[in-house]
Design a binder for this molecule. Sequence first.
Ligand code: NI
Length: 171
Amino acid sequence: MVRTILKYGEPILEEVAEPVTEFDTPELRNLIADMWETMYAAKGVGLAAPQIGSKKRISVIDVSVGEDESKKIVIINPEVTFREGKQTGEEGCLSIPGFREPVTRAMHVKVRAQNEKGETIELDGEELLARAFEHEIDHLNGVLFINHLSALKRDIIRRKIKKLQRAGEWD
Ligand code: NI
């Protein structure tokens, strides 16, 4: 089921999500299926559970945006175990539509996580995938890409969003 993507301003987007402790359950499978459907409907490369209102440490990523089944990644309770190098590129977020800004991220990251069955998995990402890992894991810690911008740029974006909220164009 395609779910509503919560927008910046919803408190859950800035809260720390909770670890998943029960695996291989219908609830978990349904939540992840909803995350995929919602992400593809929005043409995103990643989505974190808090973005659809679930305070769970789960993210889905597909840097091929539905073109290549083998690129689909589900990470549960993920942590970055290694970071190397730097890349700066435009970044956006489905919860902050209409805004894109350059963000510096690691060029190469390694992630340890669990899969839907609770098995430990180790993943390696470079370039766009490294960026997606960092962005989606940030979401699980209540951190949004605008938190990586200068205070000045962040304030400009916040003010523009407040204006959109007042105009009823940000729900
Ligand atoms: Ni995002």
